[in-house]
Write a protein that binds this ligand. Structure first.
Ligand code: SF4
Length: 164
């Protein structure tokens, strides 16, 4: 798995101050994508033990609300296994922190992927330029959904995250 950046104290990709892992690889090709440099699966650098250590060190800081996986697409097939493992590990090690995942896939396409069920929120769907709306919280276009994963699983329907 490869990544472009780890940003800390991010305020734009979920509530509170967050650490964000920006992964390489995306195959959705949305016109108007804000970050086409991340499409290349061979771009960025290898996500190695040092990168993981850095990520966990930031996440362990008391004022950090949680982690957001973005990109690129964290659920691109190049990333899915390792991101899934990270979600499982983080949900065990840091149960008080929230886990958000951005993806171009729809919830209906990924909900059977077990580790995603341990995350808190998924922002799903491709970015659609003609539905772009800067007033939206945590998403770029109005077709995308900010989904409360746990509530959606319990009620067996899509429940949107309150406050989105
Ligand atoms: S899913 Fe996200 S990163 Fe991928 S092309 Fe669409 S907007 Fe860009």
């Amino acid at each position: 798995m490869r990544y472009h950046n780890i940003t800390k104290d991010d305020m734009l990709n979920g509530p509170g101050l967050r650490v964000v892992l920006w992964l390489a690889a995306c195959s959705h090709g949305c016109p108007g994508c804000h970050n086409p440099i991340t499409w290349d699966p061979n771009g960025g650098v290898l996500f190695d033990e040092d990168a993981k250590k850095e990520l966990f060190e930031i996440l362990s800081r008391e004022y950090i609300s949680g982690i957001t996986f973005s990109g690129g697409d964290p659920l691109h097939l190049n990333n899915r296994k390792e991101v899934g493992d990270l979600i499982l590990e983080i949900s065990k090690l840091f149960p008080q922190k929230t886990i958000w995942v951005y993806t171009g896939y729809l919830w209906e396409e990924i909900q059977e992927f077990y580790p995603i069920r341990k995350a808190d929120v998924v922002v799903d769907g491709k970015f659609i330029e003609k539905l772009k709306d800067k007033s939206l919280s945590w998403k770029g276009s109005s077709n995308q959904r900010v989904i409360d994963i746990k509530k959606s699983l319990v009620s067996n329907r899509v429940v949107l995250f309150e406050g989105a």
